[in-house]
Write a protein that binds this ligand. Structure first.
Ligand code: NAP
Length: 279
């Protein structure tokens, strides 16, 4: 069975399960294990990779470059530029450095990591330049709340944004009040980071009970719930090969109406606006 995909505003289909790389590339002694984890993900068809110039100060991108060597065409590669590099010259320099570290000629989706002091219009203009030259194929943002998205959308070429990467999991459902509906209306996927709350949901008692009904783990149920949300891409990070396999297998878990109702009781959806949470 083909793996589930969602569609970017550009019309391109992208997988709804990807892999994160935060905390990778920080220690050369762990690099071989990290490369092996990413390669196993690719073998299991988890082909969207999320990284950033910030992670391991470039170290994570180097690990990614090593892992995807010879397999670049299998991968939908996402990286991010720091707000401190979001000026015209800063973005061009940062993008070149990311491409070099990952030994590639293109980034599939390049995100502004979070909003900083540089006017959004300047960053969008250079993203568009990089897109036209083929160094990036699409651009987007991260940690933007609904009002930030409105502001972005009003700027020239702002509507060319392809995704917003934000904190989203069962314990962080605030975005369902406004940001998720806003994004769905525009056919723009939300990319959910920390989908297992940095590992904390793996020991959640309520999830353990539901997991028992599916012969699964609590972390898999947390991930299956994110994957069940329309127009959402989940990017868990896993270095342990057992976790990599479990996360890939979470694509096959079908939560029942009863499971979903129980999850809503355990982790209630928002009834009012909450400011966007960030990690
Ligand atoms: P996460 O994916 O929710 O959790 C990662 C932690 O959970 C790791 O300790 C991992 O352990 C563990 N884990 C993974 N799968 C598991 C499983 N099946 N069972 C039990 N434990 C499991 O948190 P995250 O790394 O913060 O978020 C994911 C990715 O989102 C990041 O890596 C990064 O790419 C991105 N992100 C973006 C932003 C942003 O501002 N845009 C912020 C945070 C994160 P092992 O590694 O030991 O396997």
């Amino acid at each position: 069975m083909p793996f589930a995909t969602t569609t970017l505003p550009s019309g391109e289909a992208v997988p709804t399960l990807g892999q994160g790389t935060w905390m990778m590339g920080e220690d050369r002694n762990r690099a071989a294990d990290e490369v092996a984890a990413i390669r196993l993900e690719l073998d299991l068809g988890v082909t969207l990779i999320d990284t950033a110039e910030m992670y391991g100060s470039g170290g994570a991108e180097k690990v990614v470059g090593e892992a995807i060597a010879g397999r670049r065409d299998e991968v939908f590669l996402v990286s991010k530029v720091l707000p401190s590099n979001a000026s015209r010259n800063g973005v061009i320099r940062a993008c070149e450095a990311s491409l070099k570290r990952m030994h590639t000629d293109r980034i599939d989706l390049y995100l502004l990591h979070w909003r900083g002091g540089v006017p959004l219009s300047e960053t969008i203009a250079v993203f568009e330049e990089l897109r036209q030259s083929g160094k990036i194929r699409h651009w987007g943002v991260s940690n933007f709340d609904a009002d930030d998205m409105e502001e972005l959308n009003r700027l020239s070429r702002g509507s060319a944004c392809q995704s917003n990467q934000v904190l989203y999991n069962l314990t962080r459902r605030g975005i369902e009040f406004d940001l998720v509906p806003w994004s769905r209306e525009r056919g723009m996927p939300v990319m959910a980071y920390s989908p297992v709350e940095q590992g904390a949901l793996a020991s959640n008692k309520g999830l353990v009970n539901i997991a028992a009904r599916h012969d699964a783990t609590a972390a898999q149920i947390a991930l299956a719930w994110v994957l069940a949300q329309t127009g959402v891409i989940a990017i868990p990070k896993a270095t342990r090969l057992e976790h990599v396999r479990q996360n890939a297998a979470a694509r096959d878990i079908r939560l029942t109406t009863e499971d979903l109702a129980e999850l809503d009781r355990l982790f209630p959806p928002p009834s009012r606006k909450r400011p966007l949470e960030m990690i």
